[in-house]
Design a protein around this ligand. Structure first.
Ligand code: SF4
Length: 424
């Protein structure tokens, strides 16, 4: 029998639970853009302009194949109409405000300003022969996770499909022009920047099509190289499973027990761990795509060996080989009172999962020195002092509640029984 060796202690006596926000603070819509439309809609729009429909395909190929929105480069369009066509189909949506390099020039974080001055960030990570882009799906985020800088800033608004796709196109152009040292292609995309993609489902779904569908419909990327990450909006996971898209699903779990996850991931108050893992397993069954389980290791918070055993038991209870666990040392937000697990605790956690037959890989923390790692986007964008203060308050509140309810060591068998009960 394993017992919990230590749980973090309270810093304050009480604290309010964070509030989930699905309501956007801003409602303005960005201008309509080619990437908002599917092929037929683009052709109809061009026909409405009194032009042959094939012009839409020509512009789409420039956009998706050559990553350009510059009329001068579209020499197959009639010279006198290029400006007009491009202004109708490709209005500027995102503007680079600043860029920051890390990891010896192999990681590039870009701050983008949108039409209404909302800001989002993307992180481009270069590898020897390819690049991965981490992009944003919302300006801010309403999920209020207490360890995450973006969550402390709240939700400003959902991004449009084209605002998401533009982050990809512009980063593709950067990577191909040698911004990371040598010209590389962006082969992988992860929705792990600002925002909860499943809370902006229609725009994200359409953006996935632009990424995956072949030219002139989209970029023609491999679906399995596109990862949608969620903290657990179960209905949206079930919906995505039926879309016929072979994208990878990543579930940010961070705790295998509702007792802790209710506090660490506020959406857990609606969708419990058991329900979330059932939905993740369903996604695997419907798509054949192994699900990634993301687990930020926080010192003395969620890194106990009994939690690794519980996580393994919960995954194995739903079958073998359907999930892969990615523990990742926490990247503390500004002002955070939480920190990453020790190397020893990390090794024990990982080995426990592996011993239980769970495929497990520690994820690297590229970009952590520029606040470009997960949970850190937006730390630069919003008032850092404010983010730091709110992060500290949120974390102290969690610790207070944990101390109140879980001061006693927890028995693994008891935990499993509770989880089992919850599923019935
Ligand atoms: S961890 Fe993800 S879902 Fe949670 S607040 Fe941060 S961006 Fe939102």
């Amino acid at each position: 029998m394993n017992v919990q060796p230590k749980q973090v202690k309270p810093r304050v006596e009480s604290g309010e639970r964070p509030t989930l926000t699905f309501q956007q603070k801003r409602r303005g819509k960005p201008p309509r853009h080619l990437a908002d439309l599917d092929r037929e809609q683009r052709r109809a729009l061009v026909a409405d302009m009194g032009l042959p429909a094939f012009r839409a395909d020509q512009v789409s190929r420039h956009y998706f194949d050559h990553r350009t929105a510059a009329p001068a480069q579209m020499t197959d369009l009639p010279q006198g109409q290029r400006e007009e066509i491009v202004s109708q189909l490709l209005p500027p949506l995102v503007k680079k405000v600043s860029e920051q390099y890390a990891d010896g020039g192999r990681t590039l974080k870009v701050l983008w300003k949108l039409f209404d001055d909302a800001v989002v960030e993307s992180v481009l990570m270069g590898y020897p022969d390819r690049a991965t882009l981490c992009l944003s799906s919302q300006a801010g985020c309403g999920m209020a996770c207490p360890f995450c800088a973006t969550g402390q800033a709240g939700l400003t608004r959902n991004l449009s499909t084209a605002e998401i796709v533009e982050q990809l196109r512009l980063n593709m152009a950067l990577a191909e022009s040698g911004a990371l040292g040598e010209s590389v292609k962006v082969t992988n995309v992860v929705f792990m920047g600002m925002g909860e993609p499943m809370a902006n489902y229609p725009a994200v779904r359409a953006a996935l099509h632009r990424m995956i569908d072949p030219s002139p419909e989209g970029f023609g990327m491999a679906a399995r190289h596109v990862t949608v990450s969620t903290v657990g909006l179960v209905p949206a996971i079930l919906k995505l499973a039926e879309e016929g898209l072979q994208v990878t699903l990543a579930v940010s779990l961070h705790a295998p027990d509702d007792g802790l996850r209710d506090d660490l991931i506020p959406i857990n108050s609606r969708y419990k761990v058991g329900e979330l893992l059932d939905a993740a397993r369903h996604y695997f069954v419907r798509t054949g795509r192994r699900v990634s389980i993301e687990y930020a290791l926080i010192k003395d918070m969620n890194d106990h060996q009994w939690r690794a055993e519980l996580l393994a038991a919960e995954l194995n209870a739903r079958g073998r080989g359907w999930a892969h666990v990615n523990p990742i040392p926490l990247n503390p937000t500004p002002g955070s009172i939480w920190t990453a697990s020790t190397d020893r605790a990390t090794r024990t956690f990982v080995q426990t999962l592996i011993d239980a037959g769970i495929s497990t890989t520690i994820r690297d923390t590229r970009g952590s020195d520029i606040d470009g790692a997960c949970g850190q986007l937006a730390a630069e964008v919003v008032d850092r002092d404010n983010v730091a203060r709110r992060a500290k308050q949120a974390q102290e509140a969690v610790e207070a509640r944990l101390a109140e309810h879980r001061a006693e060591p927890v028995d693994l068998a008891d935990q499993l029984a509770v989880m089992e009960q919850g599923r019935k």
